[in-house]
Design a protein around this ligand. Structure first.
Ligand code: COA
Ligand code: AMP
Length: 629
């Protein structure tokens, strides 16, 4: 097969295409309809009943693959490697699920998982799936306020956490962050279960908090609970334009079918292969391709706790590949740039045998051609950029390793994959010519695995994603498509920025800066960064009469973001200015601010209130050394 023939097969009969793909999944009760096109963005496999955990674990464990490795945990932080076969992982998950059932959790309840990159976190997600509990995983690099927002919105009955995460320069104590978050919410979980890691002991309250080991004591293994294809498997919050994150809902049926299909077709991974997504379970990449995708395919998944550099050196990724026989690696371009910065001549790579590797997949941010070429040279395998979002759950554009690759074009995220009708449109929704930049949209219905709605916010879902262009899903990205169908994803159209492959809302950062007592008004924008792609830059207008050193206020603001949003925001720079550029209707011109800070040309906004401000901002940036001449 080839990309063209697979795409043609999908185009000629999308429902037949996905019905065939659904054959890769065990159904307890077959679906009655492939597609319910009346649902706002399409609903897949209605009437079907299945269990995602059964498909990820039991069906392999019970059919000859019991002794195959399911999960290999490799911690560059502790030097530990732990391996779990399909049978072992299933048994551990069933036990945890049994303890959860004994604690009163049942289908449709929510459990929040605030945990580091350890096997128990994967077990927690799968245990939820096993009994129909909806998990909401919160990334460990988020601080109390972000955690609190997610607790308030998902209203979990149970919170699963650990005593700490391990970062190269420190042990991150989770319990104080969780305690702080719980003081900021109007919701209290019935139970907190905490896994004590040897690196840090956390104190537990006598009521409502229990040690993980005690929780499991006397637990009876739980079987797989049948759930509807359209029942939610998980909620994953992601940054939007405002400070209120969006609760992306993923359902069970479409998700299982799409991920299972993608493992072979897109990543070229079959049962018994080894797949490594070097991400975090707190992000969608971790959900889809550390946990569910590889296990649905019967492959071995690598769970890596560490960094691309500094744990201990820039050879860390190559060590993991050679030690565990990785067949395909998925990483963020930032990680590759970090390795290149530390090991430009590839001394580290030459120490390892990378013979098992067939391809490197990159996503999470735009991959600059230089990084793509360099990594291809290092690894001697195809480097495949592919583009997707938390919302889409799997790649919208890419290449099909499993079907035979078409030639890669550097700077492009490949071509629209089967399932996705991608168009580039102007403000009126009309398609633009090849090579012309516009908003990237997907014609409805969306394929299996994409979000069907936002958690308890159907209206917000429709307004945010389906109302800009009739019959289309708005991706929030802009770019162009060339005459051969290669897509180039260049920038966001909203106030979301991408820092080291992590998606952040400038609105959320602004809300925190506005909490500073001396700040009258503020704006945050993303500016170009060689390593992280983008980093946030704050603009602060101080209240009149404030007579303090500007650096003091700036460093307090930096600390405030770290405390409330988390270190992962990488917020280090802010500039005190007299006023902000705004439109006559009062909207801050963030995009213009970003372009001035990056020293690139910008269109002079016709609607600007007072054009002189732009010159003022430019000279402040120059004198603060944030922008070079
Ligand atoms: N828990 C707690 N803190 C975390 C964390 C976590 N899970 N993850 C990151 N942080 C902290 C880091 O310790 C760091 O804190 P510091 O300011 O005290 O140093 C801060 O958040 C920024 O972290 P990071 O983004 O990792 O930047 P870095 O400068 O430490 O490292 C890279 C640079 C390039 C090595 C790193 O950004 C990286 O590995 N990027 C790839 C990211 C990725 O895989 N994204 C995939 C998304 S699909
Ligand atoms: P997230 O939802 O955190 O996965 O972030 C999704 C966003 O990251 C997308 O909307 C894009 O802006 C950006 N992104 C992800 N992958 C790519 C890619 N391959 N090329 C360009 N941008 C990307």
């Amino acid at each position: 097969m080839s990309y063209d023939s697979v795409r043609e097969r999908w185009l000629s009969d999308p429902e037949a295409f996905w019905a065939k793909a659904a054959g890769g999944i065990d159904w307890i009760q077959p679906f009655s309809r492939v597609l319910d096109a009346e649902a706002p963005s399409g609903r897949w496999f209605t009437g079907g009943v299945l269990n995602t955990c059964h498909n990820a674990l039991d069906r392999h464990a019970d059919s000859g693959a019991a002794d195959r490795m399911a999960l290999v945990y490799d911690s560059a932080m502790t030097g530990q490697v732990r391996r779990f076969t399909y049978a072992e992982l299933r048994d551990r998950v069933a036990e945890l699920a049994g303890a959860m059932q004994a604690a009163g959790l049942k289908r449709g309840d929510r459990a929040l998982i605030y945990m580091p990159m350890i096997p128990e976190s994967v077990m927690a997600m799968l245990a939820c799936a096993r009994i129909g509990v909806i998990h909401s995983v919160v990334f460990g690099g988020f601080a109390a306020r972000e955690l609190a927002t997610r607790i308030s919105q998902a209203r979990p009955k149970l919170i699963l956490t650990a005593s700490c995460g391990l970062e190269p320069n420190r042990v991150v104590a989770y319990k104080p962050l969780l305690d702080d978050a719980l003081t900021q919410t109007d919701h209290s979980p019935e139970l907190v279960v905490l896994l004590q890691r040897p690196e840090l002991h956390a104190e537990l309250k006598p009521a409502g908090e229990v040690d993980w080991a005690d929780f499991l004591r006397d637990a009876k293994p739980a079987g797989c609970v049948p759930v509807k294809a359209t029942d939610p498997l998980y909620i994953l919050y992601t940054s939007g334009t405002t400070g209120q994150p969006k609760g992306i809902v993923r359902d069970n049926g479409g998700h299982a079918v799409a991920l299972h299909w993608s493992m072979k077709a897109l990543y070229g991974i079959s049962a018994g292969d080894v797949f490594w997504a070097a991400s975090d379970i707190g992000w969608v990449v971790g959900h889809s391709y550390i946990v569910y995708g590889p296990l649905l395919a019967g492959a071995t998944s690598i769970l890596y706790e560490g960094k691309p550099v500094g744990t201990p050196d820039a050879g860390a990724f190559w060590r993991v590949i050679s030690q565990h026989g990785v067949n395909a690696l998925f990483a963020a371009p930032t990680a590759i740039r970090a390795i290149r910065r530390d090991d430009p001549t590839l001394e580290q790579a030459s120490r390892y045998d990378l013979g098992t590797l067939r391809a490197l997949f990159v996503a999470g941010e735009r991959c600059d051609p230089d990084t793509l070429h360099w990594s291809g040279k290092v690894l001697g395998v195809p480097v495949i950029d592919h583009w997707w979002q938390t919302e889409t759950g799997w790649a919208v554009a890419g290449n099909l390793l499993g079907e035979g690759l078409f030639p890669v074009r550097a700077g492009s995220a490949g071509k629209a994959l089967p399932g996705w009708d991608v168009r580039v449109v102007d403000d009126s929704g009309a398609e633009v010519a090849a090579g012309k930049t516009g908003a990237i949209v997907c014609r409805l219905p969306l394929p299996p695995g994409a979000l069907p709605t936002l958690w308890q916010a159907d209206q917000r879902f429709r307004e945010t994603y389906l109302s800009d262009f009739v019959g289309c899903y708005t991706t929030g990205d802009a770019g162009y498509m060339d005459a051969d169908g290669y897509l180039y994803v260049m920038t966001r159209t909203d106030d979301v920025i991408n820092v080291a492959g992590h998606r952040l809302s400038t609105g959320a950062l602004e809300e925190v800066l506005a909490m500073h007592p001396d700040v009258a008004e503020c704006a945050v924008t993303g500016i170009a960064d060689e390593l992280k792609g983008q980093v946030p830059l704050g603009f602060l207008c101080l209240k009149s009469g404030i007579d303090r050193a500007e650096e003091e206020v700036v460093s307090e603001c930096v600390a405030l973001i770290r405390e409330h949003i988390g270190p992962v925001a990488a917020f280090r720079k802010a500039l005190v200015v007299d006023r902000l550029p705004k439109t006559r209707s009062g909207k801050v011109l963030r995009r213009v601010l970003a372009r001035i800070a990056d020293g690139v040309e910008y269109a002079f906004p016709a609607t600007i209130d007072d054009p002189a401000i732009l010159g003022e901002i430019e000279s402040s940036l120059l004198s603060a050394g944030i922008r070079a001449e």
